[in-house]
Write a protein that binds this ligand. Sequence first.
Ligand code: 26V
Length: 816
Amino acid sequence: MTAGAFAERFLHYLRYTRGLELADAGPADHVAALALAVREALVDRAVASRKAWTEFQAKTVHYLSMEYLLGRLLINNLIATGLLEPAREAMQSLGLNLDTIADEEIDPGLGNGGLGRLAACFLDSLATLNYPAYGYGLRYEYGMFRQELRDGWQVERPDRWLKGGYAWEIQRPDLTVPVKVGGRVEWRQGRHGKNRPVWVDWRVLYGVPHDVLIAGYGTPNVSVLRLWAAEAPREFDFQIFSQGDFLRAVAERERTEAITRVLYPADYVAAGRRLRLLQEYLLVAASVHDVVSRFRLRYGEAWELFPTKVAFQLNDTHPALTIVELMRFFLDDAELRWAQAWDLTRASCSYTNHTLLPEALETWPVALMESVIPRHVQIIYEINRRMLDEVGSANPRDLDRLERLSLVHEDGEKRFRMANLAIAGSHRINGVAKLHTELLRTRVARDFAELWPERFVAITNGITPRRWLLSCNPRLADLVTSRIGEGWERDLDRLSELAHLADEAEFQQRFMAVKRENKGDLVESIRTLCGIAVDPGSMFDVQIKRLHEYKRQLLNAMHIIALYRRIKDDPSRAVTPRTFIFGAKAAPSYHMAKLVIRLINGIAAIVNSDPDVGGRLKVAFLPDYRVTLAEQIIPAADLSEQISTAGWEASGTGNMKLALNGALTIGTLDGANIEIRDAVGEDNIFIFGLTAEQGAVLTISGHYDPWSYYRADPELAAIIDTLRKGTFTPGDESASHEIWSVLMEHGDRYLHLADFRSYVEAQSRVGALYPDQRAWAAKAIRNVAAMGWFSSDRAIRRYVEEIWHLDQVKIGAGEA
Ligand code: 26V
């Protein structure tokens, strides 16, 4: 498409969807018209994709996730469709600037963190690799809250992301699906005289699909992200209305449509609330209905083909009811026998575990579930009975084991254990990194792994190089292309061709010049966002991720205090200038996490303005961390903080994004850090701290005593004392004191004191290396060169081989 033709489409949409001429249009109108102009290309591709998938009768994967963090789509979609340059020129010809407009696009925050962003990277790779794929999720009216900082504290503001309309979504009222809830189960005589359970007195609500098309890069294939919005039935209103109870009709409607009102803004803590259960059930029931309808259109009632045409991937346990809903469909609607229904269900479902944190493992009170989906409760009991019968007949005496395997937690209020259900109903269970899978096998899911070892697989996460290099870091992308040519965007292993340039002076200089320019851009953002002046020549030391105790932003803060105290001790001592950059949201209900934000901002206030520091240390907490902010920070980072307590970070994906953009990692032997170390080599990463094994021994033995580290290390003791006294949170001393108490009076569950010295020593090595910019550049380049394996394309290929068994489909020409 030429720039002229693109400009014409843009003006067309301004006029016919917004009723505006160019002169009257504002930034929001520009974004919408641009999106619609690009969307045309996506729709054409989606139509062709659907046609090819259908013609080829291709097996299709359905990724079920309560969260997606897509980020902005305009630049990405322009790049993917090859329209970036025409669009840029078109805007210029109209007196507009593409980048300025792109900066106005909203970032749909339909997720909390890593699990949601992984889902978005996977849809990108599925499209790019020509696999037929649907993502299913919920269209929350309010996404992740917007974070503001007031007096150093996090304040949450609502995220009304849909208020100006979202041009990328296509509402599909024609594909609305009914979902049953409530009621009870009766036993009635069936067709063959046998008594069968019948779900009665349910009420109905509807799921209305909103599709967002995810373009493949350099291919016409498109993934479809189908987001459900809850809608109340019209008939229902009329019924109550005709009884004269108008207010009740409206209130009831309101309650139903509230199901997709808001994203739960907490990860790592199971909500246990009715509304959350309704959300999970809506996602599952609407999606299964959709998939089954499509199957019927293509294959009629040939249910035996189901697992050869349909794969469901459960993104954590949140959509684990898929297993039960499929069973309900096969048993009650398709009238299959249990054994066949179970075989088909298990053969089509698989489950990804994303965390081992006990408080994040979902369980649902049986009584609550009974009031929402009584038939499903019966089915879960029956799945459990059959599973325990089978296991019990092999080992009749091991009652403890049966108790651990049971889908029902019986101690006190009865609850369903969703991870056990997800494992029992899946043919593959995967962890998201090697260590994580090993810990899943040997700790959290040990009894299951002993029963069915072949079902457990390790598939390390990955990231899409399209968003996390090509689009977010055009300077580095261009430099890479200038040396190894195009093609790495779809074959990231080709980055290894950069390795031999690591010691080449000229390439090092170019590489560092790119980094410096990116840092210059970020300096401007920090000035605007935080009002802090930072030196682009200082080392940018970055920790960006959800705020959680196990991720140990507090350990980072303790290191900053250490450096600050050393300067105060001797203001003339030589220090490597550093800018500490944080981005993190705390769950609104997570008290300790909010205290840590307050502490970091307190440290920032003191360090940034102390004349003794003289600007050599700066701390910036950037508000409202989200995909868009990540895309600005990552290209400018020198040092990547991946410092979780070993054993607790399932994988991490920020670690991969930062290394891909030329940051060196300081990290523990946790999650994918281990695999990053193996890829880049020990000399090109800063590893510290206890291993998962050592940490577990220390914790489980009951011998861990933070005070022993306090007594042995005067510098550490002084830092801990500042926390007790509230030195860094003047006016809010109790905030700091509470943090102290969690460490020193409540056992320091995440081993901050145990790892402190090792961390500070690793940081000294970092600080010593940074001034040698050539040596630093060589290591950074080696990191970039070794990141090929961390592409989400590799991860998706592994899912295809180990779990889904899909065939690639070439659009327009059948099978690839
Ligand atoms: C858990 C829960 C618990 C129930 C209530 C709502 C809710 C929402 C989200 C979560 C997800 C926590 C798990 C998670 O995000 N894990 C992260 O997954 C990343 C992708 O696999 C991985 O890189 C991170 O290491 C892991 O922490």
